[in-house]
Design a protein around this ligand. Sequence first.
Ligand code: SAM
Length: 346
Amino acid sequence: MKIEKCVQGGAGFARLPNGSVCFVDGALPGEVVEIKVIEKKKDFVKAGIVKILEPNIKRRIPPCQYYGKCGGCNAQYAEFELQIELLRQIILDLFSRTAKISLPQNFEIHYGAEWGYRCRAKVFFQMRGSNTIIPVEKCMILSKKLNEKLKEISLTKRVRLFDNQSEFYLGKHIYADESVFFQNNLQLLPKLIDEVRRAAGKGKLLLDIFCGVGLFSAFLQSEFERVIAIEQNPLCQKFAEKNLGKNCAFYTTSAEEWLGKNAGILSDACVLIDPPRTGISNEACDILCKNKTGKLIYVSCNPATLARDTRKLLNCGYELTNIQGFAFYPQTFHLEIMAVFNPSCT
Ligand SMILES: C[S@@+](CC[C@H](N)C(=O)[O-])C[C@H]1O[C@@H](n2cnc3c(N)ncnc32)[C@H](O)[C@@H]1O
């Protein structure tokens, strides 16, 4: 098979001689590979590589000794430069197919260190696809401090680790612990905060929906007269109360419920949404469509749901005015994206 491109999730895409689609795990664009079909579905087949006949010149031997045994880091076989290029191609392809728009070919993806970037992790020492315990002495993507903690934890337990550099972060105390959501690439996070801050500008009202412990609001509150922060996890409240200033109100409630009761103030607000991987629910999206916001900044950790929601927002009259990627998770096919929508003038 000749691999045409990589698709969302990282698999190589090729067409079988009969024209049907074949997804080849671990294959890179331009490669010629001998494959073994693993699963046949109605519209496509899934395959694994038996032999690489013509490798991509940016293929490398995965640097981590646990590669293949551990379930993470499934992009290690591509040099980092190629990983960024693959992310770009995957996003362009996804937005063209799902959101039905062409993003600029040079769609920007910001990146930082390739290794040692992760400051938060859920750890369990179980071999991929089996019950065998594998002791991991060092994980190449974890921060130095988390690698020290790794040596102290029990092999048989599932443990959440948090390298709490966030306690003093970009000149501020940001309170959080391992029980709540926190961004996990603290090296690249300032770039994302900077771009969100630039996109938001100044204004009367900022709505920070899906706010977690109030990270973005903590850095934007000085630019707005008033901030309303919405988060459904009650564990975030005690941290948000410390992170947010006097001009901020924090509500423990779902985005849907809050938007349903307060749709009337959306038109005056800069709305920042940072939902989980599932994206915005139909209910919340309908409210944002029927009640156009002043500006809508969408931070996403899942390009597939962002592309889906982008199409809905464009259909109801928003315009996409800015989109940038942030390679928060090197050695994987995941990234963060910031997309900015404005209500169209027509
Ligand atoms: C990707 S995190 C973003 C958190 C925060 N913006 C940050 O950067 O630290 C998504 C957050 O949304 C919260 N969440 C998930 N579903 C929600 C919903 N329906 N309504 C409100 N919050 C929700 C989660 O608890 C989580 O804290």
